[in-house]
Design a protein around this ligand. Structure first.
Ligand code: BGC
Ligand code: ZN
Length: 430
């Protein structure tokens, strides 16, 4: 086996050790991040718990897009490039038997690694997805190379087995884990009352929004997806195929409506508070349909919509915010109204990021449920299949719904992955 391998990396990122933060002011030349296919050293196992994994494919999402557009993404210490990829599917090549993994096992990997702070109680207790210091590391995102390479080495404790029956959908385990984590949190929070949710609203019809909508449907919820994509888009078709309702957003948010003169915005202090539009397009749509949103999942990453959702949410409901928004947008919002409604209607707003092993396991189970309830729908979500050579030229704005990079052509996967005897045993409970 060669000691070199191909990898897709983002170059021109700022080394986290480089504290000359305002390069522009200091006149230093700042490179624009670029995607490139490179030859890099192949990683080697150094400890008994290390596992060598051959990558089958890697999914791309909005976070990858943000990293390439330079809003996000931190290379490992002392480096200026970052191997991309945090949604992985691979096959074990080398593992010590004591890890419980063996060559041929299909696996996916957790993304986040705990911070090193002794007093970070969550990192110290196996919950780095609740890290309190912000000093965590995320593979392919923050401080550690990702999985978009021919091989990677990872400690067995961060690998999750994927049964052979889930091989083609295993790459969705990571994005689905995000939905599972938040659904788990919502269920715990709602033990505060007698909660019988009927209606769920998903904001956004990107891959995460679609997985959220499919999850709501597997839970039997009447589901509405509100998104700016056209009603005849592939995403809208997927929404309808799982029995959810699709609504093309009229105006993306009430603040956007304000830009067209309905309401005061930052920088336009002349308009009075009284002239504010009382209701957002989202609220108007739900009220117009006689719907009370018990659960809203914000998956657009367009922050103004998160504030519209606070008022559109029904009494005792939960609004879960999942979109990462590294920009610095500023808008004027109706703070009294939002606060008033949150208090008087016992509403809960929750932010949620990343996921744990249990969420990956539940995610794999749930993907299987989706597949049996809505056969073929998940496959329609994976619209763009690319080779590693094609990624370097990738135009994120041209992706249908979701892009997957096949590091190895799909036709070869079953030869590399041993058929698992029976189903993989997971430790979750649904
Ligand atoms: C990933 C998460 C990660 C988050 C923030 C998401 O795209 O799925 O695992 O925690 O980005 O970096
Ligand atoms: Zn921590």
């Amino acid at each position: 086996m060669s000691d070199r391998m191909k990898a897709v990396r983002v170059t021109g990122l700022t080394d986290p050790l480089d504290h000359r933060e305002d390069d522009a002011a200091s006149g230093a030349l700042r490179l624009k991040p670029m995607l490139e296919l490179a030859e890099v050293p192949r990683p080697k196992r150094v400890s008994k718990t290390d596992v060598l994994v051959r990558v089958l494919c890697v999914g791309m999402d909005g976070t990858d897009r943000e990293i390439v557009s330079e809003q996000y993404g931190v290379p490992p210490l002392g480096e200026h490039s970052l191997i991309l990829g945090h949604e992985s599917l691979g096959v074990v090549m080398e593992a010590d038997a004591a890890t419980g993994l063996k060559p041929g096992d299909a696996v996916t990997a957790l993304v986040r690694r705990p911070c090193g702070q002794p007093d970070c109680v969550n990192c110290r207790n196996g919950k780095p997805d609740f890290c309190e210091t912000g000093a965590y590391v995320e593979r392919g995102i923050k401080g550690m190379h990702g999985f978009l390479s021919e091989y990677y080495v990872e400690d067995a404790r961060y690998l999750v087995k994927v049964s052979s029956s889930m091989l083609t959908l295993g790459v969705l385990a990571e994005p689905q884990s995000i939905v599972e984590k938040v659904w788990d949190e919502v269920q715990r929070i709602q033990q505060r009352l007698i909660w019988q949710p009927k209606t769920a609203v998903v904001l956004g019809s990107g891959p995460l929004g679609l997985l959220a909508a499919l999850t709501c449907r597997t839970l039997g919820l009447d589901t509405y997806v509100w998104s700016k994509s056209p009603a005849d888009s592939a995403a809208a078709d997927i929404v309808r195929a799982c029995g959810a309702h699709y609504k093309q957003a009229s105006g993306a948010s009430s603040t956007e409506a304000a830009m067209f003169g309905h309401r005061a915005t930052v920088g336009d202090e002349r308009q009075s508070e009284e002239s504010e539009k009382p209701i957002s397009p989202l609220d108007a749509f739900l009220k117009g349909h006689g719907k009370r949103a018990d659960l809203i999942l914000e998956c657009t990453g367009y922050s103004p919509l998160a504030f519209d959702a606070m008022t559109a949410l029904g009494p005792n409901g939960v609004l879960a915010l999942l979109g990462v928004t590294p920009g610095n947008r500023r808008e004027k919002v109706s703070v009294d109204r939002i606060n008033h409604e949150l208090v008087l209607e016992n509403k809960c707003v929750l932010g949620s990021v990343n996921a744990s092993r249990k969420d990956f396991e539940t995610g794999l189970y749930r993907l299987g449920r989706m597949e049996s309830l809505f056969p073929g729908v998940l496959d329609r979500l994976l619209t763009d299949r690319l080779t590693m050579e094609q990624v370097a030229q990738l135009d994120f704005s041209g992706i249908g719904v979701k892009a997957v990079v096949d590091v190895i052509p799909q036709s070869e996967w079953t030869r590399l992955a041993a058929a698992s005897e029976g189903e993989v045993a997971y430790s979750f409970s649904v």
